[in-house]
Design a protein around this ligand. Structure first.
Ligand SMILES: [Zn+2]
Ligand SMILES: [Zn+2]
Length: 165
């Protein structure tokens, strides 16, 4: 379980990893890059570039969309975040953590996560020659509970257009 002092230490560790990565790559440690990282660490779940950029704008921190993109690429390179390309979305990012399954609703776009230890164990036991796996990500497409309920009852005809991140 998460404790209150778990958060600052995680953020500090991430900052250190990022700082070391930037130094090693000969890149500048700009305040923008670290501001973007700390915002990313606060987000729970999956997010797109536009959402993150909007979050920065809302809090009065102006950075270009290109800077957000560029920084996300750097965070990917140093393994702090992961990128998923779901059929129904633009690229979605999340803070790197455990391997899990994504359940993606093809109607409203909702993404939820599931854990299946049995399948995870099965995947772990498969050998891939000289390829060393680090984590897996699997996506299951279908209909979420809300969309299914809407399909069954005729009064729920109005489909939600808003896509959740
Ligand atoms: Zn749905
Ligand atoms: Zn996920």
């Amino acid at each position: 379980m998460k404790t209150t002092d778990d958060k600052p230490s995680r953020a500090e560790a991430a900052e250190r990893t990022f700082a070391e990565f930037l130094s090693a790559s000969g890149l500048r440690k700009t305040p923008e890059r670290f501001e973007i990282l700390s915002r990313v660490l606060e987000i729970k779940g999956h997010f797109g570039v536009d959402y993150l950029h909007g979050l920065m704008e809302e809090s009065g921190y102006h950075v270009s969309r290109a800077t957000v993109y560029n920084t996300l690429d750097l965070l990917l390179d140093c393994g702090l975040i992961r990128r998923h390309i779901f059929e129904t979305h633009q690229a979605r990012y999340e803070v790197a953590g455990t391997s899990h399954f994504h359940l993606v609703c093809t109607r409203c776009g909702r993404i939820s996560e599931a854990d299946d230890r049995q399948i995870a164990r099965a995947l772990d036991s498969i050998r891939h020659g000289d390829f060393r796996p680090a984590y897996f990500s699997a996506t299951v497409y279908g209909l979420c509970g809300d969309c299914m309920a809407g399909e069954k009852s005729p009064q729920h005809k109005s489909r939600k257009k808003t896509r959740l991140t």
